[in-house]
Design a protein around this ligand. Sequence first.
Ligand code: FAD
Ligand code: SIN
Length: 532
Amino acid sequence: MVVDFLIIGSGIAGLSSALKLAEKFPEKKVLILTKEKEDDSNTKYAQGGIAVVTDFVKDNFDKHINDTLIAGDGLCNKDIVEIVIKEGRIRVDELIHWGTHFDKDDKGTYKLGKEGGHSENRVLHHKDITGFEIERALLSAIHKTDNIQMSSQHFVIDLITQHHLGRIITRATKDIKCYGVYVLNKNTNHIEKILAKTTILATGGFGQVYKSTTNPTIATGDGVAMVYRAKGRVGNMEFVQFHPTALYEPTVSPSFLITEAVRGDGGILRNQSGEDFMERYDPRKSLAPRDIVARAIDHEMKIHGHDFVYLDCRHMNSENFKHHFPNIYKKCQSIGIDVFKDMIPVVPAQHYACGGIEVDSYGRTSIHHLYACGECSNTGLHGANRLASNSLLEAIVFSHRIFEHASSVIDEIEDFEDIFPEWNADGTSHPKEMVMITQSMRELKDLMSSYVGIVRNNIRLKRAQERLYLLFKETEEMYNTTTISPQLCELRNLITVGYLIVRSALLRKESRGLHYTTDYLNKKSFAEQSIL
Ligand code: FAD
Ligand code: SIN
């Protein structure tokens, strides 16, 4: 079977691409593969909202562009920033058309939130569960579309390229082509081969490489690792965003997020002595961009030897708070915190991957017939640090641009014969001890959190590199001798992600945005992407 359009992932990027392609080509089949349940995604957890200019009296595109460039610390691609911010307005209307509800006031005007680094209120939201609402609306539209097939519990293992026909492919090979994927059907435990004229990766982020993250368990960097294994290009991997305010609950994973919109509505960060410490770090105080706030919190915790700082909401209007943040209010209440009497203990946690699979302005990767969008891609929008709530926007703008390009070339792509081998599991057997995988996963998360966190230096990075190499060797041996399981594949992918983060971090001989190293405290005079 050869499908026209194969989409990997069922978050905002994958679902919005599928809807557009299916609508334009009712006679063609669009297949979505997703590794767990159809709504398992980072998208479902998005809280604050989607940044887009809707109030053209106070705000304008130039202000949003400028805020994005400032947050990105000299490494954004300005053309891409303009594209995303200007085209984003129409794309948000499409989300609304598909059934997404954003909060409005009594007069029917959109309520606009504010987050770190934004000079104006411009974040459309659905209470504090914006992502849940978007995912709900998109899935509901998908279910009404006949020519979309959604296969959940399908774990994509690898891209099929000429490598599978015995050709030697290197990173210098110019004409690598993607012909589809090998996928583990978790319902049958069989590895299937799915061929496609066009493949779109929308596999999301990689937060699970760290011990403490706001990302759900699906965020294992599979797309990035698959592209790198297929000798495609990835970039800016050192720019890992830590959200300043995850709820401090050391035994809970993933970490529960306290949206930055709480600070936008007046929440104040305080250290354990009650001091509004951000005054000492940045004139924008608690609403400075994320890299600055997360680093300041990290510093405060280190100098005072504390495990967390506080977010103070006690002075905020209780009715407004409960209305805008019902989920946070409920969560805090469930662990005995009354946000109007008690301060909320918070700590930074890994949150977002600014880098990823290198793409051009139409979402094309360095591998032919392979596109990427959403958090797994590196479009150039975020540079060295993403501006809050720009991620959902980027996903819908790029899924649309991929739709435009893929639909314009689909009829030029020649039919091809299935000459690709079936998955070869010869010589492998069931793993004797699954605990080896879980133990290695623990080691990986520990070393990434200890040596490749918010503040870095060369000694720590090199130590991480050496430990990663050992884990890599052990895991490859396991991979070559045991039958494939999602756990083993995820471990292997996360080790690749860890390696790419560390290698990019070692290459960057400066402190910029989210990459802060005590070996090079200043910025170089010009900014360069780190492409591997
Ligand atoms: P995802 O939504 O993560 O979807 C990835 C999909 O790929 C999933 O369905 C997954 O199962 C599937 N997949 C992955 N690997 C495989 C594989 N091997 N085989 C098959 N399927 C696979 N951004 C904002 O702009 N505003 C916000 O308010 C905001 N809040 C956030 C709050 C939280 C707690 C988190 C975690 C993130 C937040 N973000 C926010 C970031 C934003 O939610 C994500 O960047 C965005 O949703 C990513 O969408 P995506 O479609 O690229 O990936
Ligand atoms: C938040 O709500 O604070 C997260 C927003 C984002 O990650 O863009």
